[in-house]
Design a protein around this ligand. Structure first.
Ligand SMILES: [Zn+2]
Length: 377
């Protein structure tokens, strides 16, 4: 099956290349905002938008007026327009809100450029990018497939990254004749019907504590600057701390992403049918303090990784109805007595006397229910 796959690497541009990246990001934003303004006006007057082709022709004219637009990667400017046109199309289809103006202050600054005539290529440990030439890259794995586009990003921490999207052919994985049920947990990340659990609580709690501490320090620095009458942009200590917090967030994100990639790949490799709860159930159980926790965001990211990898590799994901009482039934005999509130972590069935760990039992019920619904289909 032909799929689009993204690779993300850290970039190490030279000072000169950094300036060029900043310029290209700025020009892409300028083009986006300028045409968004026109698009908004037209929409208000006529109820319709513009077209990509009309804007593209006008961009050519615009370059005569603002000659500095010619300095940067022209494909990046076209992509910016395409991006705007696509956002508006989605807005007209009521798939998302109307596009908004891009700001210099946005957390992540980026531009996208498309592959034509080998203008983007991997050369040893470097990537060739239009107008930039060869940029050093931390290549942690080989890029396989035909490159479609590349997005260059500057994060709030000041680091540069590139996402390369390729078209590549994937082969279905060998069948294993194994099925598994997964219960996503609050204290531990996940419980599996084969009895093991995946714990990321220690990591999460440690990082959360650290983040909170540094966040508080940031607020203190902001207050200090305010008391001294210094603007935050000029407050050195504040800015330094701000970068530190951004780096920390980035590290948490990367580690979490790594963890989820490894775990989902592992599951897809080892099982043919993967049964998992509909996440909305968890949404209702969730308490507000935990809603902010790092593990929280991970659930939906984890399920979406499982879903696309299953599609790539010929495996099946079965989602269990949100009303299925996975933690209430005895997985041994099917008996259900009384409601077991969240505090009850383990219990013994009054009929078959089997002793259950709450979450492992739930994952076993999820597996049984998933296999049942899968067989019906
Ligand atoms: Zn029982």
């Amino acid at each position: 099956m032909l799929i689009n796959k993204a690779y993300k690497f850290r970039l190490y541009p030279t000072k000169e290349q950094e300036i060029f990246i900043a310029k290209t990001i700025g020009c892409s934003r300028f083009v986006f905002n300028r045409f968004l303004g026109q698009w908004n006006d037209t929409y208000q007057e006529t109820g319709k938008g513009l077209t990509y082709n009309a804007c593209s022709a006008e961009l050519t004219q615009l370059k005569k007026e603002f000659v500095w637009l010619k300095e940067v990667d022209s494909i990046a400017l076209q992509s910016s327009l395409k991006n705007l046109a696509d956002s508006y199309t989605r807005f007209f289809k009521k798939q998302n809100k109307a596009p908004r103006f891009k700001s210099k202050k946005n957390q992540v600054q980026s531009y996208t450029t498309k592959e034509t005539n080998s203008n983007i290529a991997i050369v040893d440990n470097k990537i060739k990018l239009p107008k930039l030439g060869l940029v050093r890259l931390a290549k942690s794995r080989e890029v396989e497939g035909r490159i479609l586009n590349a997005t260059v990003r500057r994060n709030p921490s000041g680091k540069f990254f590139v996402s390369i999207v390729v078209k590549t052919d994937v082969q279905p994985l060998k069948k294993t004749d194994s099925s598994i049920g997964i219960d996503l947990g609050i204290m531990d990340f996940a419980f599996f019907s084969d009895g093991h659990k995946m714990d990321n609580h220690t990591f999460t709690a440690k990082m959360e504590k650290k983040l909170k501490r540094e966040q508080r320090k940031l607020s203190r620095r902001a207050l200090q600057a305010k008391n001294k009458g210094i603007h935050l942009l000029d407050a050195k200590n504040y800015q330094k701390q701000k970068r530190k917090v951004a780096r920390l967030h980035e590290r948490v994100r990367n580690q979490r992403d790594d963890f989820l990639h490894k775990l989902s790949t592992d599951i897809i490799k080892n099982h043919d049918v993967i049964c998992i709860e509909d996440l909305n159930t968890k949404g209702m159980l969730r308490n507000h303090k935990l809603a902010k926790s790092i593990s929280d965001v991970s659930w939906s990211a984890f399920v979406s990784k499982l879903e696309y990898k299953a599609k790539w590799y010929g495996k099946t994901i079965v989602k269990i109805s949100r009303w299925f009482p996975s933690s209430q039934i005895c997985s041994e005999c099917g008996h259900q007595d009384g409601k077991k509130s969240l505090e009850i972590r383990d219990w013994t069935c009054s009929i078959c006397h089997k002793h259950h760990d709450r979450d492992i039992n739930a994952s076993q019920n999820i597996l049984a229910e998933g296999v049942r619904t899968f067989d019906l289909a």
